[in-house]
Design a protein around this ligand. Structure first.
Ligand code: SER
Length: 339
């Protein structure tokens, strides 16, 4: 008998780390994980098997399907927005081809099992592209899911297209067949910038916030690569894991869309700097603006409208800006670098 598992790709990344801890705390689910990198030992203890390998490796995926019955997929693996600009073709392969392959796998599993396999997909604020004209961002404060879907990064294009693929596999896959086959149950959240106390991101454009915080906690100076007035929404990592799980647990009949904005708080780089300096007053935080990364941040909205998530599946962040910094980020980061 094949073992029933929840399959998590990109498991060694920041969101994977938090999600595995949340799922392990919930109990009663066996986790199978995959990543190019090994799983850190403190989370490896929570999983049945960690597959170190490439998502694009079809033979590896076939081995997984032979060995395990996949109940749900959390597909977290992706190259982030800054990295993707350096290697756009590889980004497309990993972010789009990787996702399409997994959706196909999920669709096949759904047919074998005669029930829709859940496919949970973190999308991103990067799917938005506000025009680069003065104040356009200020005019449109809280952006709805369907507005300004004109991304200026490869990562944003990849995420937007994968949202569409997910919707296609859920509602229209093999639509011309005599009988519509059971297919995937795709659900996605568009995350704002994420900030974790225990991990540091690599290759994102919202990384200035976590980088500033982690540098300050180590007493290191930091040159922020965006202007003081750069504003985007952010979320503390526990809320990100919570959003994915809450969406996964929502009854299907309550969902009116496949993709939902989620937000927690919106701050400028200057406001983040102020909070960081309150906690670590002796460090030096300056601005060393990278105009091209700044332009990417300028294309992302200052805030998101997440009223659909609130209405359909009761989304409510547990960490506003004060609680994120005062109760989660500052105490845990201080502890992390204490020795
Ligand atoms: N944090 C991501 C990035 O900066 C956006 O989703 O790429």
């Amino acid at each position: 008998m094949r073992k029933k598992v929840v399959f998590i790709t990109g498991a060694s990344g920041e969101v994977g780390h938090a999600l595995i801890e949340h799922l392990a705390a919930q109990g009663n689910v066996d986790l199978l994980t995959m990543d190019l990198r090994p799983l850190p030992p403190n989370i490896k203890k929570h999983v049945v098997e960690h597959v170190e390998g490439n998502l694009l490796d079809k033979i590896l995926l076939a081995r997984i399907v032979t060995q395990y019955e996949i109940d749900a997929i959390f597909h977290l693996a992706a190259l982030l927005s800054t990295s993707s600009e350096f290697t756009p073709a590889i980004a497309h392969e990993v972010n789009v081809e990787g996702t399409r392959g997994l959706l196909q796998l999920a669709a096949e599993q759904s047919q074998w099992r005669n029930k829709p396999i859940q496919f949970i997909f973190p999308s991103s604020i990067a799917v938005y592209g506000m025009p680069q004209i003065a104040h356009s961002k200020g005019l449109y404060q809280r952006v709805r899911e369907w507005e300004w879907n004109q991304p200026r990064t490869m990562y944003g294009c990849n995420k937007l297209y994968c949202e569409m693929l997910g919707n296609y596999f859920t509602h229209h896959y093999r639509q011309l067949a005599a009988e519509s086959p059971v297919s995937v149950d795709f659900r996605s959240v568009r995350f704002p910038g994420l900030i974790s106390a225990v991990t540091v991101p690599t290759g994102g454009t919202s990384d200035y916030a976590p980088e500033m915080l982690h540098a300050a906690a180590q007493g290191k100076p930091y040159g922020c690569f965006v202007r003081e007035d750069a504003r985007i929404p952010f979320m503390a990592m526990p809320d990100a894991a919570h959003a994915l799980l809450q969406l996964a647990n929502a009854p299907q009949e309550n969902l009116t869309q496949t993709v939902y904005n989620v937000r927690a708080f919106s701050l400028t780089a200057g406001e983040i700097r102020e909070r960081v300096l309150n906690a670590f007053p002796d460090v030096e935080i300056t601005y060393d603006v990278h105009e091209k990364r700044q332009a990417i941040i300028d294309s992302w909205p200052g805030d998101l409208d997440d009223s659909s998530a609130r209405q359909d599946w009761g989304w409510k962040p547990q960490y506003d800006a004060d609680r994120s910094f005062d109760e989660y980020l500052i105490p845990n980061i201080s502890k992390r670098y204490a020795n």
